[in-house]
Ligand binder design. Structure first.
Ligand SMILES: [Cu+2]
Length: 163
């Protein structure tokens, strides 16, 4: 699975023309691989989110923009990779892939190929994230919370909590 992850990322992000080519016509896309199908569906979801009106169904108190406290999974990455919120904020992770992930805080070592070679979960957050579902965590203490997906060795992100 490691090679799939790498090819996937470089195919989609390596060329500035690639996304443009993919976006206009979904019928012409005809992905032949599972990764291609995932990419196509993730792109479609990303576009729908980006272009749609806010239609958030969350309870929310209206004090913050929904996007400001939401991390999506897309194309086997957390987006945004770094999210800054104020202490007391509840961050929502939304799985917009068709595959399962985890949100796991801890430290890790990344090899020269960009994939983690070791992981040390710290137990602060360790939540499975299923396709189409959300998980949330409320950050009460300021600090930098580095997290990763324990399933995909190239997926990580951080939440920076300010006072
Ligand atoms: Cu993952």
């Amino acid at each position: 699975m490691k090679t799939v992850n790498l090819q996937y990322r470089s195919n989609l992000f390596g060329s500035p023309h690639r996304m443009h080519d993919v976006i206009p016509s979904t019928t012409a896309l005809r992905p032949r691989t599972k990764a291609g199908i995932l990419a196509a569906s993730a792109l479609t979801l990303a576009l729908a989110t980006a272009c749609g009106t806010s239609g958030s169904s969350g309870a929310g108190n209206g004090a913050t923009l929904d996007n400001a406290t939401t991390v999506r999974t897309s194309l086997l990455s957390f987006m945004p990779a770094t999210l800054t919120v104020k202490a007391g904020s509840t961050v929502t992770w939304t799985d917009t892939d068709s595959i399962a992930h985890t949100v796991t805080t801890g430290t890790f070592v990344v090899g020269s190929d960009g994939l983690r070679t070791s992981e040390n979960p710290d137990g602060v957050i360790n939540m499975p994230l299923s396709p189409g579902k959300n998980v949330t965590f409320t950050f009460t203490k300021p600090g930098k919370y580095v997290y990763y997906c324990s399933i995909h060795k190239g997926m990580s992100g951080e939440i920076v909590v300010t006072p």
